[in-house]
Design a protein around this ligand. Structure first.
Ligand code: G6P
Ligand code: MN
Length: 446
C-alpha cells in the first residue's frame, strides 16, 4: 500500500511515520512518498525518517519528490498537510488581526479566513491533480482550516476527501481520563459541530452516558484542559464539553487582552523555533533526536495564549504521546482499506446529519467508516445555544470558498464582515486591505 504525503517536508511527518512503524498488520503501508515544494526541507525530512526507522525491520520505504505528479502516481492514500505562506504567514495574520483588535489565530476568525483565502486556490489545484493522477486514492486532509479546506477539495474530489482533526478525540480522551477511565473497549462519543467549533454531547461507556456525572463534578472538570479553559461552573451550565477552540469565542476579550501583552504570538514563537530546528536538523548526524526534542517543546507549549489566559502551565506529559492526529489518520486509513466499520469523528459532507445546515456542507461528526468511506451516524446534535453560531460560521466558510473559487472580493468581504469575531464592517474592510497588501498569494483578490 502506498501513501503519498503532500507537505511531507512538514514538521509533523515523523508522527505519521512513527504510527506507520508501529503498524505491524498485514497489508500495511510499505511505501511513503514525501512531496514538498521545499527541496531542502524535503531532504532533511527524508534523513529524519531514515534515522527514525533505524533498527526497525521492514520499515516502509521512503522517497522524496518536489514534483507532486511523480510522488502521487500509484498512491492508495494521500495525506495533505500544507501551509501556504509558511509559518511567516501565520505570524502575519496574528499581527494584522491584533493591530485591528481582533483575533488572528490560524483557524478562527480573521486568521482562519485569511489563511483559507491563501490556501484554497492551491488545494483546489492539488485536488484536480490528484483526480487526474491518482483517481482511486482516498485523500485525508489535515491542512487547516480543515473544515473549509475539506469542503473546497470535496467540490473536486467528492466524498474521496475526508478531513481530520485531533481535538475531538483528544477532548474525549481527557474527559474519560477525568472519570478515571481509559479510552479502550466499549466507548461511544457523541460530538457535533464544525471543525474547531463543536461540542461533546455524550460519553457512553458500555452503553451508559457518563457525561452528566462528569458535568456535575467540578474537581474532575477542572482536572483537564478544556474544563480549566471554560471553568467547571460554565461547562456545567452548557451541559456539554466545548472544543478548546471555542475559547476564542467565549473569552474573546480575555484572549485579546492576553495577546496584547504577550511577548510573542504562537506563530511568531513557532517561526523562531522552526528556523533553528531546520538548521540544526540539517547539520545533525542523528536528525531524529533533534526532531524529538523540538517536538516535545512545541507540544508542551501548545496553544500558549489560551493556556496563559487560563493559567494552565504545560500540557500533561501523558497527553503528549497518545492518540494525536496521526493515530486518527492511520485508524481512518485502516478502516477503509480493511472495511473495519470503525467509529471516528471526521469532517465529511453532512448530508443532513446536522439539522438546519446545507446537506453539502462539511461538518465534524461521528462516522462509521468502511471500505466505501465514512457515513455520518444519525443522532448528532449541536446544543441549542450553538446552532446559530454553527450556521453563521458555515455561511462564512462558504463565502470564503466562493471568494477563492470565483476570485470574488465581495464574497471575501461578506465572509469577514459576518464572522462573529469581527465586530465592524469597517474593520473587515481594513483587515482585508492589510491582508491583500501583505500576502502575494492574495493578489488574485485585489
Ligand atoms: C491542534 C489542532 C490542529 C492545529 C494544531 C496547532 O492539534 O487540532 O488543527 O494544527 O493544534 O498546533 P501548533 O503547534 O501548530 O500551534
Ligand atoms: Mn485541528
Amino acid at each position: 500500500m502506498k501513501l503519498a504525503m503532500i507537505g511531507g517536508g512538514g514538521f509533523r511527518s515523523p508522527l505519521v511515520y512513527q504510527a506507520l512503524l508501529r503498524d505491524r498488520g498485514a497489508g500495511r503501508v510499505d511505501e511513503v512518498a514525501l512531496i514538498d515544494v521545499d527541496g531542502s526541507r524535503l531532504r532533511t525530512m527524508a534523513r529524519i525518517l531514515t534515522d527514525q526507522a533505524e533498527g526497525v525491520a521492514d520499515a516502509p520505504r521512503v522517497s522524496a519528490h518536489t514534483d507532486a505528479q511523480e510522488g502521487l502516481r500509484g498512491a492508495d492514500f494521500v495525506f495533505s498537510a500544507i501551509r501556504v505562506g509558511g509559518m511567516q504567514g501565520r505570524a502575519t495574520d496574528e499581527r494584522i488581526g491584533l493591530s485591528h483588535g481582533v483575533i488572528g489565530q490560524e483557524t478562527v476568525g480573521f486568521g482562519g479566513i485569511s489563511y483559507a483565502l491563501r490556501t484554497l486556490p492551491v488545494v483546489t489545484a492539488l485536488a484536480h491533480l490528484i483526480r487526474r493522477v491518482a483517481p482511486d486514492a482516498w485523500v485525508i486532509n489535515f491542512t487547516n482550516p480543515a473544515g473549509v479546506v475539506t469542503e473546497a477539495m470535496g467540490r473536486v474530489l467528492g466524498e474521496r476527501v475526508i478531513g481530520i482533526c485531533d481535538s475531538p478525540v483528544g477532548l474525549a480522551r481527557r474527559a474519560l481520563g477525568a472519570l478515571g477511565l481509559a479510552d479502550e473497549g466499549d466507548v461511544e462519543v457523541e460530538y457535533a459541530g464544525l471543525n474547531h467549533l463543536g461540542w461533546l454531547t455524550a460519553l457512553r461507556v458500555r452503553g451508559v452516558d457518563r457525561l452528566p456525572e462528569l458535568l456535575a463534578a467540578p474537581k474532575q472538570i477542572e482536572s483537564f484542559e478544556e474544563g480549566r479553559l471554560f471553568g467547571a461552573e460554565w461547562v456545567h451550565a452548557l451541559g456539554a464539553l466545548p472544543n478548546e477552540y471555542l475559547h476564542y469565542f467565549s473569552y474573546r476579550r480575555d484572549v485579546l487582552q492576553a495577546d496584547q501583552i504577550a511577548a510573542h504570538s504562537r506563530g511568531r514563537y513557532l517561526l523562531g523555533q522552526q528556523e533553528s530546528f531546520w538548521r540544526e536538523a540539517a547539520a545533525a548526524s542523528r536528525p531524529y533526536a533533534v526532531w524529538e526534542h523540538c517536538r516535545h517543546e512545541r507540544e508542551s507549549t501548545y496553544m500558549s495564549t489560551n493556556r496563559d489566559v487560563a493559567r494552565m502551565g504545560e500540557r500533561a506529559e501523558n497527553d503528549l504521546s497518545s492518540g494525536g492526529y496521526e493515530d486518527v489518520a492511520i485508524a481512518l486509513m485502516r478502516a477503509i482499506a480493511y472495511d473495519q466499520s470503525a467509529r471516528l469523528i471526521l469532517n465529511v459532507r453532512g448530508g443532513g446529519a446536522l439539522a438546519g445546515l446545507d446537506p453539502d456542507a462539511v461538518v465534524e461528526v461521528p462516522c462509521i467508516v468502511g471500505a466505501d468511506g465514512p457515513r455520518p451516524i444519525e443522532g448528532a446534535r449541536v446544543p441549542s445555544f450553538g446552532a446559530g453560531l454553527v450556521s453563521t460560521v458555515k455561511y462564512v466558510e462558504q463565502q470564503t470558498i466562493e471568494a477563492a473559487l470565483s476570485a470574488s472580493r465581495t464574497a471575501a468581504l461578506r465572509a469577514l464582515a459576518h464572522h462573529p469575531l469581527i465586530d465592524s464592517v469597517r474593520v473587515a474592510h481594513a483587515l482585508f486591505d492589510d491582508a491583500c497588501a501583505s500576502f502575494p498569494d492574495l493578489a488574485y483578490l485585489r
